[in-house]
Design a binder for this molecule. Structure first.
Ligand code: CP3
Length: 350
């Protein structure tokens, strides 16, 4: 009883504690894309659900696949199963996922396409996602943190403008250079929609939200400030204006030398780093300011064995002295053997 009271007041969720400013002897651990095709139980549900978006909007099945990796591996966090592209959908754009081909959207080559974009997100479209959050929350034990998410406006815009995944995000970068005012209107629409969406998830039971800026790394410094830092800062401020103290992790993939301004200007509680980020710089410059999440190379996880052991040890030796959330530097690859995930967990937790 006494112990229960004590844990109640200090908080017993390791991931939340790290975001609040403590260092954990064993870092909390979860994996980007932890609910996914490398798991046979995911593939079974996915087959039953029909299309990928059908799965995202089926609260019962989405909650089930969210919980699968937590059950199997005992991760410290569950991440909502959904996708960043539900926001364009809720703004009135067509979004489809074709098997093996990735997302297909109506493209937006110029300002004219903005006329067909809704002013604000349709929460009716997103209601099943909020229900998934509530279902997962009620199923989690007292140590596991529920993470919600959205895509950062820049990254979502790269898909909306091109209509599909691109190797260099050239269509969105060109749009932004040619017509920055119109591009800013698109970004602002995404900022407002993302605030609304994240607040909806936090109200439904998410305890942390992560903003995925997968394509941040293609932007030069000025563009990065304008299209990545500024919108993220507005989302953080907007969410905290409605949910004071909301905990937010940013994942500006490929951030490189812009990491410090990103952290200082956006006000995030944690930063997710990809595997190319110099770990000693993360330790010396970032950990004193925020929690650092990452940054095992997903290919080291795929390789397994000695290469994985070395990678895990290096991350631990460099980052475990400070506020650290153990994670991958990007999503787990579908071909990854489950035994390698087990090997990684064992090496971190001992
Ligand atoms: O486990 C989790 O991490 C939660 C679920 C999640 C998904 N997508 C499920 C998904 C999360 C957090 C995302 C975010 C997401 N979606 C990002 C940002 C993170 C990142 O990976 O960089 C991006 C860029 C997207 C857009 C997207 N969704 C693409 C480009 C694709 C196709 C590529 C692919 O991996 O197939 C998706 C599909 C997608 N989203 C899958 C999953 C599990 C695979 C689809 C399937 O199961 O058939």
């Amino acid at each position: 009883m006494e112990e229960a009271q004590q844990t109640e007041s200090t908080g017993i969720k390791p991931l939340l504690r790290v975001l609040e400013g403590t260092r954990e002897a064993v870092p909390p651990i979860w994996m980007m894309r932890q609910a996914g095709r490398y798991l046979p139980e995911y593939r079974a549900v996915r087959e039953k659900a029909g299309g990928f978006l059908d799965l995202c909007f089926n609260s019962e099945l989405a909650a089930e696949v969210t919980l699968q990796p937590v059950r199997r591996f005992g991760f410290d966090a569950a991440i909502l199963f959904s996708d960043i592209l539900v926001i364009p959908l809720a703004l009135g754009r067509k979004v489809e996922f074709q098997v093996g081909e990735g997302p297909k959207l109506e493209s937006m080559a110029d300002a004219a396409a903005l006329a067909n974009l809704h002013e604000s997100i349709d929460n009716k479209v997103l209601a099943p996602v909020y229900e998934t959050v509530a279902r997962v929350k009620s199923a989690l034990d007292s140590k596991t943190t529920l993470i919600g998410f959205c895509g950062a406006p820049w990254t979502v815009a790269t898909y909306m403008v091109a209509g599909e995944a691109t190797p260099d995000q050239a269509p969105a970068r060109l749009f932004a250079y040619r017509d920055p005012e119109s591009f800013a209107r698109l970004i602002d629409r995404l900022v407002q929609g993302s605030i609304e969406y994240l607040v909806g998830q936090l109200k439904a039971g998410a305890e942390v939200v992560q903003i995925f800026d997968t394509w941040a790394g293609v932007l030069g410094p000025q563009q990065f400030e304008r299209w990545c830092i500024e919108p993220t800062q507005k989302i953080v401020e907007g969410v905290r204006g409605r949910i004071p103290g909301a905990k937010i992790i940013g994942f500006p993939r490929g951030v490189g030398a812009m990491a410090l301004p990103y952290v200082e200007l956006t006000g995030v509680n944690g930063i997710g780093l990809d595997w190319t980020f110099e770990r000693e710089i993360a330790r010396d410059m970032l950990q004193p300011r925020v929690a650092v999440q990452g940054n095992v190379d997903p290919l080291a996880l795929l390789a397994g064995g000695a290469a994985l052991a070395r990678e895990v040890d290096d991350v631990m030796e460099t980052l475990a002295g400070g506020r650290h959330i153990f994670n991958l530097g990007h999503g787990i690859l579908p071909q990854t053997p489950i035994a390698h995930v087990e090997q990684m967990l064992k090496r971190v937790r001992g």
